[in-house]
Write a protein of this length. Structure first.
Length: 165
């Protein structure tokens, strides 16, 4: 038996057509001293390189970690970089929402992600949920999809395995 509990998620309302949430965008600053030239003895001191590091697009599990042993209820937290979380129905480029596939693989790009008891939609922009899973090993796939629940493909998914006690 699979039970799902989330404060703002309901399988009977998989899409809500309005609103937007926050982004995951944070530039980094790097400091790099100039290397010493060993042959000539020239040394440039105090060189500071400041740069913005481009973040790769991707979804990831904040928790649990891949290979974790967990017990029920299982707290699952989703992350995203390079895209903006938006409610189902929002068709703005670069936006979408999370889907959690239980014991399922990533969906091909453009394919509609079904809403079932093992394919959970988080169309209100949720970034976490509570699951009750049967004991044993389970594959969890986090799949990002657009406002029409179409998959962004394997490049915006992550699969982990957890062992439920």
């Amino acid at each position: 038996m699979l039970r799902v509990c989330s404060k703002a998620w309901s399988l009977s309302q998989p899409s809500i057509p309005h609103g937007a949430a926050a982004t995951a965008d944070s530039p980094a600053v790097l400091a790099a001293p100039a290397p010493a030239d060993r042959g000539v003895g020239v040394r440039a001191a105090g060189l500071l390189a400041v740069s913005t590091v481009a973040q790769a697009e991707g979804v990831f599990f904040v928790e649990p970690k891949d290979g974790a042993t967990v017990s029920n209820p299982v707290h699952v937290v989703f992350g995203i970089e390079g895209m903006t979380i938006a409610r189902a129905g929002t068709m703005t480029e670069g936006t979408g929402h999370h889907h959690l596939l239980i014991d399922g693989a990533p969906m091909p790009k453009g394919e509609v992600i079904p809403a079932t008891d093992k394919s959970l939609h988080f169309g209100k922009g949720q970034t976490e949920t509570i699951l009750t899973l049967p004991p044993g090993d389970h594959m969890l796939t986090l799949q990002f999809g657009n406002g029409a629940h179409r998959s962004y493909g394997a490049e915006l998914s992550q699969t982990i395995t957890v062992h439920v006690q």
